[in-house]
Design a protein around this ligand. Structure first.
Ligand code: C5P
Length: 230
């Protein structure tokens, strides 16, 4: 594919809908770069927490972006996130970090100042961008837009299984309440609320497994792109 033919695929949706694994699969199949925009908000939240800052102070949090030193290194399975040259993979996936991320992500100034960093991930041969506002705000001209949905109950069950498989204890009712609370915050903020782009294909993954959703998305792209599997 020529550089000028590079394109963006956006995958948005609520936390726990499976969009992260889907984005990884689609990026691998197409041989594209991957942007996990949630990881960027999580890294910023970690930086704010490390500095003992106030997550509710918009100017203070946005100010941290001036000296925001992050990078992702290719790993065996997932890429390894670095903050100020320290591997922060473990801290990044904690529920507390996700919660802090959704607090820093509410600030319009923070979102605006992270736009160019996120857009810089688009390089030939193309990009799969995963998040909440990839198709609506960050890449409004993306060639393919998907919005992955799954009910709160199903997402809580999936998270429950993940935690139990990791040998951790979990409570379905608490998980369900946490997920619903995070959805509420993401959907009702004034800046870039979570919602499907008008031209997005909405996929309900409640009753589909990851392989089925991946096939559906790849077929949709390939039918319109006549791309061969790589
Ligand atoms: O997807 P993930 O759970 O890693 O995202 C963490 C938080 O970052 C989300 O709950 C959401 O509030 C915020 N986020 C966002 N916009 C994005 C990606 C993530 O507001 N594009």
């Amino acid at each position: 594919m020529k550089d000028k033919d590079a394109f963006v695929v956006t995958i948005d949706g609520p936390g726990g809908s499976g969009k992260g694994s889907l984005a990884l699969n689609v990026a691998r199949e197409l041989g594209f770069h991957l942007l996990d925009s949630g990881a960027i908000y999580r890294l910023l939240a970690l930086k704010a927490l490390q500095q003992g800052g106030d997550l509710g102070d918009e100017k203070q949090v946005a100010g941290l972006i001036d000296e925001f030193n992050i990078r992702f290194e290719a790993g065996d399975e997932l890429s390894v996130p670095y903050l100020d040259e320290v591997d922060v993979s473990a801290e990044l996936r904690l529920e507390a970090t996700g919660d802090a991320a959704s607090r820093v992500a509410r600030h319009p100034l923070v979102r605006e100042r992270l736009l160019s960093l996120q857009r810089s991930f688009f390089k030939p041969p193309g990009l799969v961008a995963d998040g909440r506002d990839m198709g609506t705000v960050v890449f409004p001209k993306a060639k393919f837009k998907f919005f992955l949905y799954a009910s709160v109950e199903i997402r809580a069950q999936r998270r429950y299984k993940q935690l139990i498989n990791m040998g951790l204890s979990a409570n379905i009712a608490h998980l369900q309440a946490d997920i619903a609370e995070r959805d509420e915050r993401d959907q009702n903020r004034s800046a870039s609320p979570l919602k499907p782009a008008e031209d997005a294909l909405v996929v309900d993954s409640s009753l589909l497994d990851l392989a089925q959703v991946t096939n559906l998305v790849l077929s949709h792209i390939r039918e319109r792109q006549s791309l061969q599997p790589v």
